[in-house]
Ligand binder design. Sequence first.
Ligand code: PEP
Ligand code: MN
Length: 342
Amino acid sequence: MSINKPIYILGPCAAESREQVLLTASQLKDACGEIPFIYRAGAWKPRTSPHTFQGVGEEGLVWLQEVKQRLGLPVATEVATPEHVTKALEAGMDYLWIGARSSANPLAVQAIADAIGDWKLVNGNFKGILIKNPVNADAGLWIGNIERLEKTGVPVIAVHRGCNHQPCWAMAHQVRLARPDIPMLLDPSHMSGEAAKVPELIQKIEELGLDGAMVEVHCDPKSALSDNAQQLTPKGLAEIFASDRVSSPMGGETKELNWLRAEIDELDERLWGTIAARMEVSERIGKWKKAHGVAPLQPERYQQIVEKLKIKNEELKDKSLSTDFMLHIWELIHQESLRKQE
Ligand code: PEP
Ligand code: MN
């Protein structure tokens, strides 16, 4: 069965109340106009902390059923256990998704796949299972999960939601190259954790030839019981659709140079972050030195650092950097570090 593209999965992080689920759905329907979408809301929320909102559970499925019946929208919810699969499919969900925390556990994914296998012939509505990338950037684990799920015979869709509120383009690129046949969506909401960053990230769908997006949208984001900083209003989403940030129809083809550039941007950001973090530790060392009457420049310590790096660099063999280049960079870093310790 083929799914029309682009695929948009829109709705609140969590089902919180009947009013919130129905109001968000109807506002989204108005905001999207002719653009088809699947309505999402999490009934069970696998939250990091047990002290936060854990979802309303099964009751949320009843509200999603109502959205389906009244507004004619296909509906989706998250599953983390075989019991969730049974309850969600009994309630007529069209799509299910597996979140990043469950995706890090192959036994959980296998148990969900087995439960789907038992159900797919019973629920004629069931159209697909979405698998987010695991919370850690492990392309192999994500691909393994896709393979576990596709054995059920139900269409599988990958969702790149990044790690620690950052995109992981290298991981997503690896999965795209390994499985170009599996649609891949972008989840700019969990990828950034900030509603203001969603419009720019959404442009990546077109740039990278992705197949659509899962975006969190809430009728009143600031009152949301989970992920309140990252949810858009339906109006905010409509503005993105109306701008030229999303041009339809999608290319669908993989745009190799753009993927490689996304990987470089990700690495640059990490390099920058690592250098900034190093400078911060260096400043703390500077304070210690001042307090203990030690001069900022300690030539033997710098020599030690450089010698260790040279050994590491040689271990890289054909991937090693030229020694001159490496020494040049560390000389610059060291100078700046000394400047911060003055
Ligand atoms: C969600 O989609 O609301 C969710 C919990 O996502 P993730 O598993 O990506 O954190
Ligand atoms: Mn969420």
